[in-house]
Design a protein around this ligand. Structure first.
Ligand code: SF4
Length: 465
């Protein structure tokens, strides 16, 4: 019995996927089954954009952040229109580019079952004709992951998690389980062996890892990132052995959040490995004293969930942070030569223009301690606290607009503060402030993990002609 775990196009091709790598290790630990991971997203990019793959491997370009950034910026520019054009084709029932080649890659493996992992909405387009074709070939398909659309859940077997997956395989396909359910082997050792380094648009191999099951904080009112599962921490020894086995020198801890205690333990196991790592954190005061230790263990950059520099908005988000502490954290982090990447959100419900300008002022005042600013416009997400408590946030009406492939688009009317459109306009009018502060090319907002490769950053703006 052969199971193929696939990761469909389109999303950034910087590093192998975490989802299917973890699922593979869980399934082979517990079942008598042959499992292979296939990163179709990376394969598509390699077929479509060979020139960028060649360029970033040339020493004459990739030792210089400006030149490297320019290659990536050209790639980003070219890829966005390729994604849009292919998605349009799929909506119009035409086949996307390299469809036959990608399908052949799957069929050559002669799988008995194919499982698709959806982490980004943008992966649902290309997967659509592939799923239909596999169905025609009588190959059973399983779908799963946070971005799985309702249409796929209805048409194919949708499984919520690895345990449901395992039970499905034993029940429907009579695959022998190695243990009884209460004794399932629940180790967290993602298997990256099926990927080729050359399939990734990156100077060196980066691997994504998780240290816990979900965010332990789970309180931000806009957020739907965390999974509705209990918080538990993965074994530090397993994290260590996964890194050693992968031979990667760069590790992106993709947890939405890591606690202080956990960071302390991580620093201890990572220090002797002599690697670079990066993580995402809430800028809380308790982290400050730990920053030198984290740097000594290889912490290269932190993606800080700053969101806003207006205290009323931070309180409404229930971020549990304050501006004074955020200022100190950025300063200490910069003093320790850790790169600071900031997530900033504009247009949170009830936010006024003046409050948005407070954030721009904060960015200007702290510009010397900021390496990159990643901005977004607030979007209302089903299942978020705000969605379930609209009146608390002055949202008077929500509008749902059906879409061809993706789930319905949600917009809203608000009785206070700027609209999403106004927030976008204000951001556009002030882009020059952000560009002036950024010390790494803007494209690293799209391919954040690539910041690993550069220690010296300079103030610059990359132009695409
Ligand atoms: S925004 Fe981050 S810290 Fe806040 S609840 Fe979501 S995952 Fe957790």
């Amino acid at each position: 019995m052969k199971l193929l775990l696939v990761y469909p196009p389109f999303c950034p091709p910087s590093m192998p996927p975490y989802s299917i790598s973890y699922l593979k290790s869980f399934l082979i630990d517990n079942l008598e089954i042959n499992v292979k991971c296939f990163d179709l997203n990376a394969k598509f990019h390699q077929l479509k954009f060979p020139e960028y793959y060649q360029q970033i491997r040339l020493k004459k370009y990739n030792n210089d952040i400006k030149q490297y950034g320019t290659i990536l910026a050209h790639f980003e520019n070219a890829s966005r229109s390729v994604y849009a054009e292919n998605n349009r084709k799929i909506i119009n029932k035409q086949l996307p580019e390299f469809y036959q080649e990608i399908l052949k890659l799957i069929l050559t493996e002669k799988p008995n079952i194919v499982a698709f992992s959806f982490v980004y909405n943008s992966q649902c387009f290309y997967a659509s004709p592939l799923l239909q074709e596999l169905k025609k070939c009588n190959i059973p398909c399983i779908v799963g992951g946070p971005a799985t659309i309702t249409k796929f859940k209805e048409e194919y077997t949708y499984l919520k998690n690895e345990v449901e997956f395992l039970n499905h395989l034993t029940k429907i396909y009579k695959i022998t389980a190695k243990y009884k359910q209460e004794n399932y082997f629940c180790h967290n050792t993602p298997d990256f062996q099926d990927y080729r380094k050359s399939d990734y648009l990156s100077k060196e191999l980066i691997i994504p890892l998780k240290t816990s099951s979900t965010c332990f904080y789970k309180q931000c009112t806009f957020c739907t990132h965390y999974s509705p599962v209990p918080y538990y921490e993965f074994s530090l020894e397993e994290i260590k052995s996964t890194i050693q086995k992968s031979k990667a020198r760069h590790v992106f801890f993709i947890d939405d959040m890591i606690s202080k205690k956990r960071l302390e333990y991580l620093a201890e196991i990572l220090k002797p490995l002599n690697i670079n790592w990066l993580c995402q954190l809430r800028p809380t005061v308790d982290i400050i004293s730990l920053l030198p230790t984290l740097k000594a263990s290889g912490l290269h950059a932190v993606l800080w969930g700053v969101e806003s520099a207006n205290q009323r908005i931070l309180n409404l988000i229930k971020k549990g942070t304050n501006i004074e502490d955020i200022t100190k954290i950025l300063q200490v982090s910069q003093n320790n030569n850790i790169k600071n990447i900031l997530f900033i959100m504009f247009g949170f419900p009830t936010e006024t223009k003046e409050e948005i300008m407070n954030t721009f002022q904060f960015l200007k005042d702290n510009g010397q301690n900021i390496d990159l600013i990643c901005t977004s416009i607030f979007g209302l997400q089903k299942q978020s606290y705000i969605y379930n408590n609209l009146h608390e946030f002055s949202i008077t009406n929500i509008h749902k607009q059906p879409r061809t492939v993706l789930e319905e688009k949600i917009t809203y009317t608000i009785s206070q503060g700027v609209s999403q459109e106004e927030a976008k306009k204000i951001r556009k009018r002030h882009t020059h402030i952000i560009n002036k502060i950024n010390k790494v090319p803007k494209v690293f907002d799209y391919l954040k993990e690539q910041i690993f490769f550069f220690h010296q950053c300079v103030s610059l703006v990359v132009h695409i002609h």
